[in-house]
Design a binder for this molecule. Structure first.
Ligand SMILES: *Cc1c(COP(=O)(O)O)cnc(C)c1O
Length: 231
């Protein structure tokens, strides 16, 4: 558990340095721990070490860990692919859904949030690499979707999220991050009164490039919790 705290401290230092290089205020960049496949004790260790939020990918795993009180003391986010029939189990339990990637999903989030009498904050996910295997709005559909999303009374769009293609070369994702950052600025200005707050991009291997491009939230898993054991 000591190592989780040490890892978080090291990542913060790298985040601060990346912000300084970009002439940005490090205080405007949040560290979200991607805690999938890590137990409640690991989540608590990250919270004890001052992580800004924890992000989960799977509804079932999140529900089980919620029951164990894994997230007490930090905001919980949903960052994974979300199926329409699981929206009910997520809305109102998390402070932010990063992965709203279709109008159908937004519609269902709106419906479930309205039922609970809340406004659910979300990010629009952009499939910036246009990959078949990934969800999210195609870049050419994003502006129109952001425009339509303003009509949902129980959903508030707070920004954008992206998972770029897995590039092998160093800095290979930087051009994708830069593109999404431009969408973020333009859509916030044109459609949301400059009200966007969160640009969620960057993971263990590329969060410094994401910060250089303007990320205000990075989602870091293995660099905090160690490599995940896939069965
Ligand atoms: C797992 C995950 C991350 C973190 O990935 P690492 O490479 O382990 O840092 C970030 N975002 C999402 C959506 C994830 O599923």
């Amino acid at each position: 558990m000591m190592s989780i705290a040490a890892n978080i401290q090291a990542i913060r230092a790298r985040m601060d340095a990346a912000a300084a290089r970009a002439g940005r205020d490090p205080g405007e960049i949040l560290l979200v721990g991607a805690s999938k496949m890590n137990d409640a004790a690991a989540c608590r260790a990250a919270i004890g070490a001052g992580i800004d939020a924890l992000g989960e990918n799977r509804v079932q795993e999140m529900t089980a860990k919620l029951a164990e009180g894994a997230y007490e003391g930090a905001p919980l986010h949903f960052i994974g692919h979300l199926q329409r029939n699981k929206v009910r189990q997520v809305v109102g339990r998390v402070s932010l859904i990063h992965s709203a990637g279709s109008l159908e999903l937004l519609e269902e989030i709106d419906r479930q949030a309205e039922k609970r009498g809340i406004v659910q904050e979300v990010l629009l996910e952009v499939n910036i690499g246009g990959e078949q295997s990934k969800s999210g709005f195609a870049p050419e559909a994003l502006y129109g979707a952001a425009e339509r999303a303003r009509a949902f009374a129980s959903v508030r769009v707070m920004g954008l999220m992206t998972i770029p293609p897995a590039e092998r070369e160093p800095h290979g994702n930087l051009p994708y991050f830069t593109k999404v950052s431009r969408f973020y600025v333009d859509i916030s200005r044109d459609l949301y009164d400059n009200g966007f707050k969160y640009l969620s991009m960057g993971m263990s291997d590329d969060f410094e490039d994401a910060i250089a491009a303007g990320a205000t939230m990075v989602r870091v898993g293995s660099a905090i919790f160690g490599h995940r054991q896939y069965q």
